[in-house]
Design a protein around this ligand. Structure first.
Ligand code: RTP
Ligand code: MG
Length: 175
């Protein structure tokens, strides 16, 4: 499809038109961020490299990344929204049993696209070829976490990364 700013640039006779083209271009390429966690089961299975390779192939840029081992309290804080759910104790026990890898990922439509790539919560119900289908173990131990909306993503990225660690890339450094 022709870029929405292309007509403007082809007719561009003035600096104003070029500025307008740049604005349209930035709008069309609105980037989003999402928080990814490679969970303890996938780290134990040594699938970190395979999962990161897949995410890069899907167009995600890693803006920040670290490996860490959550305490039970850390896991309870991260998943606080699930505190009343029957699986909460099982979830925080699992998430704190071994190292995880957390990443702030960026691409267009990152939150929805990432959830497409990981598949349904239960690996048995996830679509063929999704990360949870390929590497998940069961509904509790499902290889990866993903933010469920952009506001959640901002909070979750802030849970693991200081502002300077996940700072926006300078203009022209999109990868
Ligand atoms: P996540 O937050 O980890 O990306 O997963 P999700 O949105 O697909 O699913 P959510 O409902 O937010 O559940 C969070 C995590 O809790 C564990 N879980 N266990 N035993 C169970 O029935 C059960 N249900 C959920 C999973 O680890 C799930 O990813
Ligand atoms: Mg969730």
């Amino acid at each position: 499809m022709q870029h929405p700013g292309a007509d403007v640039i082809s007719e561009a006779a003035s600096p104003c038109a070029i500025v307008r083209f740049r604005l349209v271009s930035a709008e069309a390429m609105a980037l989003e961020r999402t928080l990814s966690i490679i969970k303890p089961d996938a780290v134990e299975k040594r699938k970190v490299g395979a999962i990161i390779a897949r995410l890069e192939e899907e167009g995600f840029v890693i803006r920040a990344m670290k490996r860490l081992h959550l305490t039970r309290t850390d896991a309870e804080g991260f998943y606080a929204e699930h505190r009343e759910r029957g699986f909460f104790d099982e979830l925080v026990t699992f998430m704190s049993r071994g190292p995880i890898v957390v990443m702030a990922l960026e691409r267009e439509d990152a939150v929805a696209k990432y959830r497409d790539v990981i598949g349904a919560t239960d690996p048995a119900k996830a679509a063929e070829g999704t990360i949870r289908k390929l590497y998940g173990t069961n509904v509790g131990e499902n290889a990866v976490h993903g933010s469920d909306k952009t506001s959640t993503a901002a909070r979750e990225i802030g849970y693991f990364f200081a502002g300077y660690e996940a700072a926006p890339a300078p203009a022209g450094h999109g990868s």
